[in-house]
Design a protein around this ligand. Structure first.
Ligand code: ZN
Length: 411
């Protein structure tokens, strides 16, 4: 019989690299429940659907687990809110430190970084062992480029040429910036993952851009929701990162897939829609976020058949039930190579989102890996390597982070 305690200990305590998360709220906004509801942290529902979501398994489980974080019994979200309130008022830093415990480094998608309610990426450095790195959202980058084009719009000048040049320059700058380790696309919740491998002609794209410019600005700028332009943004990014990879610099493109809010078209959120693009841009590294849930098997299939595809296991922790989380891990391991699996919390706004995700992930990983060892699928030492790879080393390698975790197996 194997001694499983070193494996269990490693899974519960090995430092982790969180390869996709968002910035935390500042102390003042951390109790602004109108804009950042606490009971939304274990669900994709919002608005009126949020009331029903309070009775889901993930929501009820979050309540009982958070009681443990606060060190006092909580029966419902009202109790959680007063415990959170107290922690923020008394010592917000301690709540964050506890919530991020075990996180060696964060890769933050700081899309909301202009927002005055959240802290900057570098602010998070004091809570992790290694400095925070950034992942740039390409649609947000395109929107700020369109704003620049709009501000400098001149009669007779091609807005498309102007935009194309500025966007490519912005991509180039991001590729040269050492604090940026990758890009992320939210095309999944805009026009869907059925991205054309080839772009439309310049006249069509120029016409679409003029329509966007003429439709005026939203509160945060121009909204890019035209399929031709959204596809072009993704294609340009993949071209640029493939080109840079030839020079030895690897920065992957992460796609939100599957699980999201009601803005997504559930059918076009299937990562299988990305297959032609993945095949076309074989030189670019691609990460499928959110375990592709509920299309985890499709995502695993892509990760085993295309060497440029990685599968991220985030967001399903804490968004789906405990059994579904175990199933997601089993389905990921059905086909996907263990060296292609990445961990992320997709944590955002409230520190509790990080704590819940990390805790539930470690629990599910222990359940699954211990079971496989007991059934002879692999040895305890192979399972320990898989756990350390998924938690730390796969992301360390993919994003060229060169970090060293402080962990001794023999302790
Ligand atoms: Zn995210």
């Amino acid at each position: 019989m194997h001694d499983l305690s070193p494996l269990r200990r490693l899974i519960q305590s090995h430092p982790l690299i969180d390869n996709h998360a968002h910035n935390l709220l500042n102390r003042e906004s951390a109790t602004d429940y109108d804009n950042y509801p606490l009971d939304a942290i274990a669900t994709s529902a919002d608005g009126r659907a949020l009331e029903n979501a309070r009775t889901t398994l993930p929501s009820l489980r979050a309540i009982s687990q958070l009681s443990e974080l606060y060190g006092r019994p909580c029966a419902d979200w009202d109790d959680i809110q007063s415990a959170h309130d107290e922690s923020v008022r008394e010592d917000y830093s301690t709540l964050i430190r506890k919530s991020l415990s075990g996180a060696h480094a964060l890769l933050l998608d700081d899309y909301f970084s202009d927002d005055e309610d959240i802290e900057s990426s570098s602010w998070h450095d004091s809570f992790t062992v290694s400095p925070t790195k950034r992942i740039v959202q390409i649609e947000a980058m395109a929107e700020s480029t369109i704003l620049q084009v709009s501000n400098s719009r001149k009669n007779g000048e091609s807005v498309w040429n102007n935009f194309r040049q500025r966007f490519q320059d912005a991509l180039g700058n991001a590729l040269d910036d050492a604090s940026i380790v990758g890009f992320v696309s939210e095309i999944c919740c805009r026009t869907g993952l059925d991205v054309d491998a080839y772009s439309s002609d310049d006249t069509t794209l120029g016409g679409s851009l003029i329509r966007i410019l003429d439709s005026g600005t939203t509160k945060s700028g121009f909204a890019v929701d035209d399929k031709g332009i959204c596809d072009w943004i993704v294609q340009q990014t993949l071209k640029a990162i493939s080109f840079k990879k030839k020079a030895g610099i690897v920065k992957p493109l992460l796609f939100h897939t599957g699980l999201g809010d009601n803005r997504i078209n559930l059918l076009r959120a299937n990562p299988a829609c990305l297959q032609p693009l993945i095949a076309q841009y074989a030189g670019a590294d691609i990460v499928l976020l959110n375990a592709g849930y509920p299309y985890t098997r499709e995502a695993g299939y892509l990760a085993v058949t295309y060497p440029n595809v990685y599968l991220d296991l985030g967001k399903v922790f804490p968004m789906v039930s405990r059994e579904a989380q175990v199933k997601v891990l089993r389905e990921s391991l059905e086909l996907a190579p263990a060296n292609r699996l990445l961990w992320s919390t997709d944590g955002r706004f409230h520190p509790e989102t990080f704590w819940l995700a990390n805790r539930q992930f470690r629990q599910a990983l222990e359940t699954v890996l211990v079971d496989y060892v007991q059934n002879g699928d692999f040895t305890a030492s192979q399972a320990m390597k898989i756990a350390a790879d998924v938690l730390f080393y796969n992301a360390n390698r993919l994003y060229s982070l060169n970090l060293t975790p402080s962990y001794t197996a023999a302790e």
